[in-house]
Design a protein around this ligand. Sequence first.
Ligand code: PMP
Length: 405
Amino acid sequence: PELWQEVPLAPPDSIFKLTAAYKADTYPKKVNLGVGAYRDDDSKPWVLPVVKKATEKLLRNEALDHEYLPILGLPEYTAAAAKLILGSDSPALSESRAVSAQTISGTGANHLGALFLTKFYRFNGAKKVYLSNPTWANHHAIFRNVGIEPVDYPYYNPDTISLDLTGLIGSLQEAPPRSVFLLHACAHNPTGVDPTEEEWDTIANVMLEKNHYAFFDCAYQGFASGDLDKDAWAVRHFVQKGVPLLVCQSFAKNAGLYGERVGALHIVSPDKDTADRVRSQLSVLQRSEISNPPSHGARLVELILNDPEMFAEWKQDIKTMSGRIISMRKELHRLLTQVHNTPGNWDHILNQIGMFSFTGLNAEQSKAMIERAHVYMTGNGRISMAGLNSHNIEYFAESLDKVVR
Ligand code: PMP
């Protein structure tokens, strides 16, 4: 028998399939709301002005070479990245008990975190991770790849188009002690529904009580509210309360560095001694996985985070992106409720946060949006707010109105 004869054909990635269908569509008013990347008001990718500046500065530095970075990454980058997410006054930093590794963006951070857990976490019985239902689809594959079985926890209530706090808390209480719960730090993907600060506190209390482990995924810091500190609130609150945790960090969205793959994994330990041992094992894992992380993107982010002027400019760029998305939410809500009088309540469009919005459209309606209106969105009713702009939002609102009537 021939080699690989038994390899089954894998299904295509659903977002990739959607993008291909959009590209093949010749309808002039077509809209792509599938992709999870920021677009400007002309549907174009946006290179942040501060990133352009940092790139020019890098190019002028003739001392730079292409040597390997240390195994855990560029130290000036990981230190600044840890400060950004944990807060510069974090007890985890002042007590030297946070360990940081530079990773292949957020995906790599999730992978390295999962790999570390599968090797070293004292699981209570079978290796399991609790994932919100729904979640970023890649979470399932990332944990399965390292032998950790995903289990769903309730998160989103389709009837209220909001957080199912009762279901979530119930799941935290029923899970065996020391269970691992993956939490989206802000701008939950795909629902756009985040717990309030009060709800986060309730979640933290139950996690402490049950000795659960928080696996934070933070792919949208600053991108959600426009405020880096606000979007890191949950992570910092959990650290303060002493919930054991790690954080996966990505600069894909908030710095528009998607293809440069700049990320970090931060593991907060109970004390410095433990942190030193964790660091040593993380180095061993990273060495066998990628040897050394890539340098270009980390150098850019390091410049931006450590230069006060560039840091201030970055915050403005983040406001430009989050501000445009928030204004699209307001405009869509206005068009649906005041212009079209679309049946139903659309307040969730305003209340949700970040790149994505769960419209509440069902699978049939989402399909109708594609087939009748050439508006490309996923079957779960999710739209990327970044795909909406002043040129297509009226057409989108009109199409949505027709489909739900
Ligand atoms: N986690 C979540 C929840 C995400 O939405 C994303 C981006 N789609 C990522 C992680 C990782 O993205 P990247 O690897 O590009 O940083």
